[in-house]
Design a protein around this ligand. Structure first.
Ligand SMILES: C[S@@+](CC[C@H](N)C(=O)[O-])C[C@H]1O[C@@H](n2cnc3c(N)ncnc32)[C@H](O)[C@@H]1O
Length: 291
């Protein structure tokens, strides 16, 4: 079974039966990098500050109702809070012995930045939005924000058990203009499991299906598919699926983009469900609108 649903993952997740998913494997939008062509209200911070202090994060519901798009939050803290909120919604859908793999990359802070449909640093010709990000606390020029680490710690605080911080090393990333630091050439793949009511976490895992028993994987990035600029290479996700989802089990990718994970899972004999808010990214022959 392979199924794609078009819509906001925060709504679609509620429609799944509890304890129905063996593996959630996903790469949500990264903070402040891409618009994915969605309409976004750049004034959500101003609206929120009329109600609450900026460092208190609004719920995703409030943010969405005020025109905010996931990944374009004015502060990284809001973004992390929305991601954790989503994975808390997904927790009851995951079986007790299930796994959650989340791929996230980091970002440098810049008070002024350009965001494009396909990426912040992109030199492409796609539409570009200039934006300012408020400074304060750790938000300082040139700062590596450690967003993946902040996210992982926030998930631990929400009682997820972190089993691995797999480093995806990307040796072929394009050269950048910076001469005062090394190039950012890795991303994280966090493996979380559910904390049981009692005792130690027990979950499905077959380490022989991973590439090796080491937590660094070298894998080149590839040009995107279906007009999507951030597609998963199969080599990085197939071992995660085979090791963390039993055969005939069900994998969910709630931010599935071009559907690379759904296609990989289906080809490996797993059931697969993909959610995506921008319909045009999905494989053409499998686009089903839910309304
Ligand atoms: C990093 S990309 C995922 C790419 C995917 N791994 C692939 O291989 O193509 C994140 C995706 O999440 C989608 N997205 C953003 N907000 C969403 C939401 N609230 N619900 C569902 N999908 C969303 C974006 O449109 C984008 O395609």
């Amino acid at each position: 079974m392979k199924k794609y649903l078009v819509g906001d993952a925060f709504n679609l997740i509620k429609e799944l039966p509890d304890e129905s998913i063996d593996l959630i494997l996903t790469s949500p939008p990264y903070w402040g990098l891409r618009t994915y062509g969605q309409e976004h209200n750049w004034a959500t911070l101003r609206a929120w500050e009329k109600e609450k202090p900026r460092w208190e994060s609004p719920s995703y519901k409030w943010y969405r109702e005020h025109g905010g798009v996931l990944g374009l939050e004015p502060l990284p803290d809001w973004f992390i809070s929305h991601l954790v909120e989503f994975f808390e919604l997904s927790k009851p859908k995951l079986k007790a012995g299930g796994s959650l793999w989340v791929n996230l990359g980091d970002t440098y802070f810049a008070r002024w930045s350009s965001i494009r449909d396909a990426g912040r640093q992109g030199l492409g010709s796609d539409i570009r939005t200039r934006r300012t990000t408020p400074m304060g606390r750790y938000l300082q020029e040139k700062q590596l924000l450690l967003i993946p680490s902040r996210f992982a710690i926030a998930m631990q605080e929400a009682k997820w058990i972190l089993r691995n911080d797999l480093i995806w090393s990307k040796p072929n990333i394009p050269p950048g203009p910076k001469r005062d630091r090394l190039r950012l050439s890795h991303e994280h793949f966090f493996h979380f499991v559910k904390k049981p009511k009692e005792g130690r976490a027990a979950y499905y895992y077959d380490v022989d299906e991973a590439e090796a028993d080491l937590d660094v994987v070298i894998c080149n990035v590839r040009p995107g598919q279906n007009g999507h600029s951030a597609t998963f290479p199969r080599e990085i996700i197939a071992p995660r699926i085979s090791s963390s989802c039993p055969e005939f089990g069900t994998m969910l990718d709630p931010f599935c983009g071009s559907g690379a994970s759904v296609e990989a899972a289906a080809s490996l004999g797993r059931n697969a469900i993909g959610f995506e808010i921008v319909e045009k990214f999905l494989p053409r022959e499998t686009r089903y609108a839910t309304g």
